[in-house]
Design a binder for this molecule. Structure first.
Ligand SMILES: C[S@@+](CC[C@H](N)C(=O)[O-])C[C@H]1O[C@@H](n2cnc3c(N)ncnc32)[C@H](O)[C@@H]1O
Length: 311
């Protein structure tokens, strides 16, 4: 029995990354921008979640649903009701005001439209009405956009957040290493979501910048100033944003060395690169369990390849 409805959204350039993240979180392909699930996942965990409806009542007739609501304990003031379109175009969208008004009359308490204490959602899909508690993605993590230290090649916030969830399947108790952490874009998202995440960065100045970024937001995580080959602890997952360069033979050797050590120190790896390394990854003996691509902008000119590996 589905207990939740998730509403998601993404830009075209991130569609494949969103699909990868949803497969990792829900363990199945997600084809639509609204879908049912039994899993309860924090509504702010994925950058692609818009909101989550926790279903309290469902009925084939709206009147029946309103009756169910009026029978339940709803004397509290300060609620708000919103209609959330399930599909586009949504057959009920034009009537959304009448619907939310009618549902609001099912409550004994007084509504609040400016500062609601609780938001209820109602939606209609395939002949059925669904009503429940609506939780919006707070998007508060977007504060990391103005981190003090940035890289021109830093990952975007959505990508950083999504690959963390891919690496851990959304399990925030997992221990993660970002062994090429740069200025710490992934570390910031990891700390914000409550992951146990450690950084490692070979370049002293860059490692200092990552530390300063963490400090700026009050996060307490560690950043080792190290070569990945000197890391000796074992982690549940590694998120590896491989160095970019002019793709010379020697740089390719360095990349393969990093991949080799990432697999040595972690059970599951999410590898990101601006060149297609599929054959090399397989040669290294890693098992690719999923893969995707994300584009830097709408023109889809600059791609980053993503592999999820185990082994
Ligand atoms: C693509 S950047 C990472 C950017 C980072 N994700 C961000 O958004 O800021 C790759 C980083 O790996 C570091 N690096 C290269 N070789 C390394 C190695 N052997 N061990 C650890 N870090 C390494 C580089 O100094 C560089 O900062």
């Amino acid at each position: 029995m589905a207990q939740y409805i998730y509403f998601i959204n993404y830009q075209d350039s991130e569609a494949e990354l969103c699909a990868l993240e949803m497969r990792a979180l829900f363990n199945r392909p997600i084809e639509n921008k609204a879908f049912f699930s039994e899993l309860r996942i924090d509504e702010s965990l994925s950058p692609y979640f818009k909101s989550r409806l926790e279903i309290l009542h469902e009925a084939t007739e709206l009147e029946e649903l309103i009756q169910m609501i009026s029978y339940s304990d709803n004397k509290e003031d300060g609620f708000m009701v919103k209609y959330v379109p399930f599909i586009k175009p949504d057959p009920m969208e034009k009537k959304r005001r009448e619907i939310t008004k009618a549902v609001g009359y099912g409550f004994e308490g007084l509504p609040s439209f400016d500062t609601p204490k609780i938001i209820y959602g109602i939606t209609f899909y395939e002949g059925k009405w669904y009503f429940g508690i609506l939780a919006y993605n707070t998007m508060l993590w977007k504060k990391h956009m103005s981190k003090p230290n940035s890289y021109s090649s830093s990952l975007g916030l959505n990508t950083a957040k999504a690959i963390l969830n891919v690496a851990t399947r959304g399990d925030t108790s997992k221990k993660i290493i970002d062994p090429c952490c740069g200025v710490g874009t992934v570390l910031l998202e990891g700390h914000y979501s409550g992951y146990d995440i450690t950084g490692c960065e070979i370049n002293y100045k860059v490692a200092m910048k990552a530390r300063a970024n963490l400090k700026h937001y009050g996060y307490k995580g560690r950043v080792f100033q190290n070569d990945i080959k000197d890391m000796d602890k074992y982690y549940d997952a590694a998120v590896v944003d491989l160095p970019y360069g002019n793709f010379s033979k020697s740089e390719e050797v360095d990349m393969m060395d990093i991949i080799h050590h990432a697999a040595r120190i972690s059970k599951r790896q999410v590898l990101i690169s601006s060149i297609d390394l599929t054959d090399k990854i397989l040669e290294e003996g890693l098992v690719i369990v999923d893969r995707s691509v994300v584009y830097k902008n709408r023109s889809k000119r600059f791609a980053r390849y993503i592999w999820v590996c185990e082994g």
